[in-house]
Design a protein around this ligand. Structure first.
Ligand code: IVH
Length: 693
């Protein structure tokens, strides 16, 4: 019996360790080490043993992340040390003033800072006593916060116990950081709330706050909250490293998530380079940031600086321009896209937002206008995030003027006058004229020549409008018939530039199958799907044949809709809807004719690598940073032409990280996971060495 007990407690310990490790890899490193089914099996076994032996349940058991009854409210708790806020600056000049003050106070020439993203969430204080999470509190007024321990225990990136030897942890350590909701999770929660007829959250920050303050921890648990640690507070019985940079590394060792975007920088110039890099990356991050924070790296020197008006003198937040502003909606125009979709465009009273003047913004589609109850004349919130197209987020009905009216959905194409259709259940209204509508033709040619498609240099929107206007071009294939003499007669076109343009059009004939498929502008087929189709089928013939065979399944009423298009659906990310678009595109005689004309004109691409014989066959690459002599698209083409795969994020399945200048977070992740990192010359070597074999 005793032996059975010992075996059982050993199993219990092993289960807890394996689950905690799986959680750490999943939620902190973002690199799962175990299939979900395996995880569930371990978890159920853990719950089973604990149910039979409740006396063995410990506070750090993964099963205890859901414990605790709903609270009546949150208990106030006094912070061991007050939680200060940060001073802000909005310009380079203000930043230079800050740096000057620091240098003068410390008598140093140049200052080393740690730069971090300023996360837009809620500050949180976590107390670990003897390695165990013992209390979590909100910032509150800085002196007194609210005890949210039960809820915080459900946030799976927050360790219940610090990793590593307990002897290496201070007796008590307060770790501070930000709880936030990733954008993807925010979108998901809002969809759920809307489906349940509840009010959605205005932004991820509100969603994080609302989720953290749920009275029932079971509700918090269902919300996709995440956490980044960026600071320590009280420490008892233990030493911390002398610099902030090393402190962050220590927190990482203890199993806390620390942003991979944090960086040690030198002086104001280092700070500014970081600021601009983050501003550029901001729209593509999976979480909201409203600026960056610079902190003095030397922890001992912080004490010499002290604080002003409840904010330390050793750190400053450098805020980004606001992404949202309020202005007035003057009118709504409808723009015709390349697939005929009519997009409502808001004409606005010009407003400065996201660092630029905005007078047009998208309203997405007719349903969105309806859903948001937007009226012409309304005060509206406009959002411009990085280079993402500005959008109207919502109206402020409280400020609606009398006479405001709902925008009318057109019954006819505003450009060619053809009737519009709105298939039942669809949000999109479309012009039915196809490429005989000049607006559709123009938009589809703009797409055809764009950088990620056929990449024709020097053929801009205005020029395309001219060649269409003069009847020189009726479809994409006609571009390859243009002659220098015809072009030389156009506005702002000399003989020289006309000759250059013809040469550029000619050069674009050498392409790749992926680019060609993308250029065709098949509905729902973006760059990634085009690449997947090219990779899967290898040739245009194979793809069109499969599309043709699949189309028969559409007519077969015995086949369930989701089982139709079986061959196309074998391609990564192609589901029944996208497959249907592809099959119908190739079935259309008009489209087949244009493809034929393009091929006759000389558009071509290299034959696919034979089977497994591509030089990079079976290898997965991730590309980061700026390469010296290739654009990103060219690097992708090159890897694929040699049979390699390109994926967008680093995981343990990545074989190589191809890193250029200013590589960013992917490099750190690759290093952490032990993925081989190569530069341009490394890639060349790979291609050569294989060729020698
Ligand atoms: S350090 C004394 N670092 O910004 C300095 N704060 O206005 C304590 N925040 O309440 C804060 N990202 O909620 C720090 N990387 C970061 C941050 C950050 C976001 C928030 C935090 C704090 C507020 C300060």
């Amino acid at each position: 019996m005793g032996a059975g007990r010992a075996a059982l407690t050993a199993e219990l310990r092993a289960l807890r360790q394996r689950i905690a490790k799986a959680d750490y890899h999943y939620y902190v490193l973002d690199d799962p080490i175990m299939p979900d089914a395996e995880y569930d099996r371990l978890f159920r076994r853990l719950q089973q043993i604990e149910a039979e032996h409740p006396q063995w349940i410990s506070a750090d058991s993964p099963s205890q992340r859901v414990a605790g009854a709903p609270a009546a409210g949150f208990e106030p708790v006094r912070h061991h040390q007050p939680m200060r806020s940060l001073s802000n600056c909005f310009s380079e000049e203000e930043l230079r003033d800050f740096d000057r003050r620091v240098r003068e106070a410390l008598g140093r020439e140049s200052i080393t800072y740690v730069a971090e993203p300023k996360l837009d969430g809620l500050a949180l204080s976590l107390i670990y006593r003897r390695s165990m999470l013992s209390r979590a509190a909100t910032r509150g007024d800085g002196e007194t916060g609210e005890d949210v321990t039960a809820n915080v225990r459900t946030v799976r990136s927050i360790p219940l116990r610090l990793r590593g030897e307990p002897a290496s942890h201070p007796q008590l350590i307060e770790i501070r950081g930000e709880v936030y909701m990733p954008r993807a999770g925010f979108a998901h929660i809002n969809r759920e709330l809307e489906a349940a007829g509840e009010k959605p959250f205005a932004n991820p920050r509100n969603a994080a706050a609302g989720s953290l303050r749920q009275l029932d921890p079971a509700n918090t648990r269902r919300r996709p909250l995440a956490f980044y640690a960026y600071q320590t507070g009280a420490v008892e019985g233990g030493e911390l490293p002398p610099t902030h940079w090393e402190l962050l590394a220590r927190l990482r060792d203890w199993g806390l998530p620390v942003s991979a975007l944090a960086r040690r920088v030198e002086g104001v110039d280092g700070c500014l380079a970081y600021y601009h890099e983050m501003l550029e990356r901001r729209p593509r991050l999976d979480f909201d940031i409203d600026g960056v924070v610079y902190k003095l790296d030397d922890l001992a020197a912080r004490g010499e600086l002290g604080e002003v008006s409840r904010a330390p003198r050793w750190a400053i937040a450098h805020k980004f321009p606001a992404e949202e502003a309020v202005t007035r909606l003057l009118s709504v125009d409808w723009q015709v896209g390349r697939t005929g979709a009519l997009t409502p465009v808001a004409r606005l009273m010009p407003v400065f937002v996201g660092g630029a003047n905005v007078s047009n913004a998208t309203l997405h589609n007719a349903d969105e206008i309806e859903r948001k109850g937007i009226h012409v004349g309304d005060a509206v919130v406009v959002r411009r995030a990085g280079d993402v197209i500005p959008e109207v987020v919502r109206a402020l009905p409280g400020r609606r003027p009398t006479g405001a009216r709902r925008p009318k959905v057109p019954t006819h194409c505003p450009v060619c006058g053809a009737a519009v259709e709105r298939p039942p259940g669809e949000a999109i209204v479309r012009c039915t004229a196809g490429l005989s509508c000049p607006a559709q033709l123009h938009a589809s040619l703009v797409h055809f020549v764009s950088r990620k498609a056929m990449d024709i240099d020097g053929l801009g929107e205005k020029l395309l409008a001219q060649v269409i206007g003069r009847g020189l071009v009726e479809n994409a294939a006609d571009l390859y018939r243009l002659e220098a003499e015809q072009l030389a007669g156009l506005e702002r076109m000399g003989e020289k530039s006309a000759a250059n343009l013809v040469a550029a059009i000619d050069a674009s004939k050498n392409t790749t199958l992926a680019r060609f498929l993308y250029a065709l502008g098949i509905r729902s087929v973006g760059e990634t799907t085009a690449r997947a189709l090219a990779e899967h089928f290898g040739s245009l013939e194979a793809l069109t044949e499969a599309a043709g065979r699949d189309l028969d399944s559409e007519r077969d009423t015995h086949v369930k809709p989701r089982d139709r298009y079986p061959q196309l659906q074998r391609v990564a990310d192609v589901g029944p809807t996208v497959a249907a678009e592809i099959a119908r595109f190739f079935a259309e005689r008009r489209n087949r004719k244009v493809i034929e004309q393009l091929l006759t004109a000389g558009v071509r691409w290299p034959a696919p690598p034979r089977g497994e014989s591509g030089k990079l066959a079976g290898k997965t690459f991730v590309i980061t940073g700026t390469l010296p002599n290739l654009t990103r698209e060219q690097a992708i083409d090159l890897v694929q032409q040699h049979g390699g795969k390109v994926s967008s994020s680093v995981s343990s399945k990545t074989d190589y990280l191809l890193a250029g200048d200013t590589p960013g977070g992917k490099l750190e992740k690759a290093q952490k996971l032990g993925v081989a990192v190569i530069d341009w010359s490394g890639l060349r070597k790979l291609l050569q060495s294989d060729a020698d074999e």
